[in-house]
Design a protein around this ligand. Structure first.
Ligand SMILES: NC(=O)c1ccc[n+]([C@@H]2O[C@H](COP(=O)([O-])OP(=O)(O)OC[C@H]3O[C@@H](n4cnc5c(N)ncnc54)[C@H](OP(=O)(O)O)[C@@H]3O)[C@@H](O)[C@H]2O)c1
Length: 247
């Protein structure tokens, strides 16, 4: 029986390359995002690589649409293997704007987008006594970052949520992995005009993520240089150092 994987944010970047990697492994891939044209391009490449796909044009902020799409995906033939809550956005907080709009959009997409994606899968995974949940957090989750506090806060929130889900779902044989990447090539990082240490190719990142999720790691921080260097700095450096290097 073919295994199924559902990936939000698969119209570009990490989600797109996760879809290609799973297609090479002969999985059936549920491709979800807002840009339908991009999803069609990804789907045709997945087909060439050997995987089947179904496209779900949705906004992860729309809970009803997520439930509808996910119920449809669950009903398709095959064994539900992994869900990736990968869709996310990031931009500066706009602290001088006097408006919460930008921060709220980041918090909603990166937190509620995760719960809207994962929650509909949980009853099914519990009843089949098998399943893997992967949430894309970030190395940024380890410190409230100046001018990017909505982003770092949202990623800390989902890492914390993953920890709770891990304990609650373990007895049902459902694993939960909080993936914390450093800098990975994608549309998100393409717009960065600063030096990104240890910037990793998207296809390499996708393979590493899949291996960690398959091994049911609780938290996966990569690349290893970021795990060794950046995490202690983010956790313990005084504010003035973080401010000096803030964007
Ligand atoms: N690249 C990095 O260095 C890095 C590092 C740490 C964590 N991350 C995280 O990795 C995840 C993927 O990002 P990426 O780097 O691959 O960037 P990306 O290329 O910009 O991909 C983001 C994806 O999220 C989708 N998306 C955004 N808002 C959505 C919404 N409301 N509903 C549905 N889909 C939505 C986008 O698709 P549509 O626009 O078509 O909807 C797109 O496919 C994000 O959660 C990001 O925070 C990235």
């Amino acid at each position: 029986m073919k295994k199924k994987v559902f990936i939000t944010g698969s119209s570009s970047g990490i989600g797109e390359y996760l879809a290609y990697a799973y297609s090479k492994l002969n999985y059936f891939v549920g491709l979800a995002a807002r840009r339908e044209d991009k999803l069609h391009q990804v789907a045709s490449k997945c087909t060439k690589l050997g995987g089947g796909t179904k496209i779900y044009q949705l906004d992860v902020l729309n809970e009803e649409n997520c439930i509808e799409a996910i119920n449809d995906f669950i009903e398709l033939p095959g064994e539900m293997d992994t869900v990736y809550a990968n869709a996310g956005i990031g931009s500066p907080d706009q602290l001088s704007s006097g408006k919460a709009e930008t921060m709220n959009r980041i918090l909603q997409t990166n937190i509620l987008g995760v719960t809207n994606t994962v929650m509909p899968f949980i009853p099914h995974m519990k009843s089949q006594k098998h399943g893997k949940i992967a949430v894309i957090s970030s190395i940024a989750s380890f410190r409230g970052l100046p001018h990017h506090s909505a982003y770092s806060g949202s990623k800390a929130a989902v890492r914390n949520i993953c920890q709770g889900w891990q304990s609650a779902l373990k007895k049902h044989r459902v694993s939960v992995t909080a993936v914390c990447p450093g800098f990975i090539k994608s549309e998100m990082t393409d717009s960065n005009n600063f030096y990104m240490p240890f910037l990793m190719d998207t296809d390499v990142a996708a393979k590493k993520i899949i291996r960690a999720v398959d091994r049911r790691k609780k938290v996966y921080i990569f690349p290893w240089q970021m795990r060794l260097l950046a995490i202690p700095i983010l956790k313990y450096a005084p504010d003035w150092i973080i401010n000096k290097f803030s964007l």
